[in-house]
Ligand binder design. Structure first.
Ligand code: FCB
Length: 455
């Protein structure tokens, strides 16, 4: 008799992590791994500054030059040089059976100076998109992924509302230029995280701190999102446009403690609910009356980035910590200390679905680790949560693993290795990891892999 099991090269005990019975459906008495929905998008996600290299006109480039800001004083430099090696990388995508790719277009490259377009860059992105099309890989394009042009910062950056028209110029241009080749648009990547790291904690540019700056930046990012949505839908009503929201789960450290519960509520409100509510109702965060035109209902789908959860208590610095007391330190995400919590992906999907009743794409999910077996386990355990939610009828349309290549992980520099493909720091040579091969097999079969025990 053929017995089927999830195959993860027998490296770890899947039963410890997975309720295997839930992943199989019975067909004519034979257990089959459940298929993902047909037409499911299998991809990886990257952002321009983290992989392209030579991004010298944006605020991150400037930020990195100051010692002490980036782990090991790393600088993005050539990154993975995807700017010139995209043909090679897209061939890798084909080898990995990917039918989609999420990347960002770099505003500061298209407009290196205020009001000045770089025609070569416009052409470059045409070729880039052609190279994907040739391989039947669907582009998912992000318009803003953490970076802004240096010239914009000199004019007061995104925290200055008067600068909004510059973003609209950029979006108008790409909408006109590339609408024929792009259907799926992500407006802003993680507005709350961009605002929190750059304007509340001050660990990303421009290094500002405090609630007031956070709210100012967040509101403007939501205005940018709303304007981008409006422009793209006006350009072509067939465009599918959505925000990318990171769901950071906040739980009370001690569920019996009213204070812990209250802290969890406040952090969730500030980092999740305010933005989701904003997009649903048009109300900007922390404002009872002020609505922003075009914000209400400004998403055709939701992009969900999911990594981890946090435990909240007043005894922790910043009122939360991102792993449990008994977390295995060897399994935490390098540099960021995130603890894997796959069920949180299911909970986040449910939350978005209940709030919006819109299709969901998992636009990021992954782990920074040098233990590639652990990455495989992480991958499967999260995909199982997607199947669980799909089984309940929630339309989850794609999964973009973060990330394709080991790349520049912002303030963590190059130490945090999220890639399913290794990118040698000296030679920039690419090498598919075991996790990459596993992901390729899953994408090809549109199901989790199985093992024939008789073999
Ligand atoms: C997300 C960012 C992405 C990457 C991952 C690890 O918050 O969107 O660029 O840094 O975290």
């Amino acid at each position: 008799m053929v017995s089927l099991d999830i195959c993860l090269s027998g490296i770890y005990d899947v039963n410890k992590f997975i309720n295997t019975s839930s992943v199989f459906s019975s067909m004519n008495g034979v257990q089959q791994p459940e298929k993902f929905p047909s037409g499911f998008f299998w991809g990886t996600a990257v952002s321009a500054h983290q992989v392209d290299g030579g991004n010298m006109y944006n605020n991150w480039w400037e930020w990195e030059q100051v010692e002490g800001r980036i782990d090991q004083n790393d600088r993005s430099g050539d990154a993975c040089d995807q700017w010139s090696r995209y043909e090679e990388d897209f061939s890798l995508l084909s080898q990995l059976n990917q039918n989609s790719y999420r990347f960002s277009m770099e505003w500061s490259r298209i407009f290196p100076k205020k009001g000045e377009l770089d025609k070569l860059v416009i052409e470059h992105y045409h070729q880039f998109l052609d190279a994907l099309k040739k391989r039947k890989i669907e582009p998912f394009v992000t318009l803003h992924h953490f970076t802004e042009p240096q010239w914009l910062n000199r004019l007061g950056g995104i925290e200055r509302r008067q600068n909004l028209p510059y973003f609209k110029d950029f979006v108008n241009l790409v909408a006109r230029e590339y609408s024929e080749d792009i259907i799926y648009w992500n407006t802003i990547n993680e507005p709350n995280i961009r605002a929190a790291l750059g304007f509340f904690l001050g660990v990303h540019p421009p290094g500002k701190t405090g609630v007031y700056n956070y709210l100012k930046a967040l509101r403007n990012l939501l205005r940018m999102h709303a304007e981008a949505y409006y422009i793209l839908k006006t350009e072509n009503s067939q465009n599918l446009v959505g925000v990318v929201k990171n769901i950071n789960l906040f739980e009370p450290y001690n569920s019996q403690s009213r204070i812990d519960r209250m802290i969890a509520w406040v952090l969730d409100e500030g980092m999740n609910s305010n933005t989701l509510r904003g997009i649903r109702t048009g109300k900007l965060p922390l404002s009872v009356v002020r609505e922003y035109k075009n914000l209400q209902g400004s998403s055709d789908f939701l992009g969900l980035n999911y990594y981890n959860r946090n435990f909240c208590s007043r005894k922790f610095e910043g009122f939360f910590k991102n792993h449990s007391d008994d977390a295995d330190p060897t399994k935490l995400c390098t540099g960021l200390n995130w603890e894997a919590y796959p069920e949180g992906l299911y909970l986040s999907i449910k939350r978005l679905w209940e709030d919006f009743k819109l299709p969901i794409y998992i636009t990021e999910n992954g782990i920074g680790t040098t233990d590639d077996n652990w990455r495989k386990e992480f991958l499967v355990n999260h995909l199982i949560q997607i199947q669980k939610a799909s089984r309940e009828g929630i339309p989850i349309k794609g999964y973009f693993h973060w990330t394709l290549l080991d790349n520049f992980e912002w303030a963590e520099g190059y130490a945090s290795k999220f890639g399913i493909v290794e990118c040698d720091r000296k030679t920039l040579k690419r090498k598919i990891k075991e996790s990459g091969h596993l992901y390729a097999q899953i994408a090809k079969e549109n199901q989790l892999p199985m093992k024939n025990n008789d073999e």
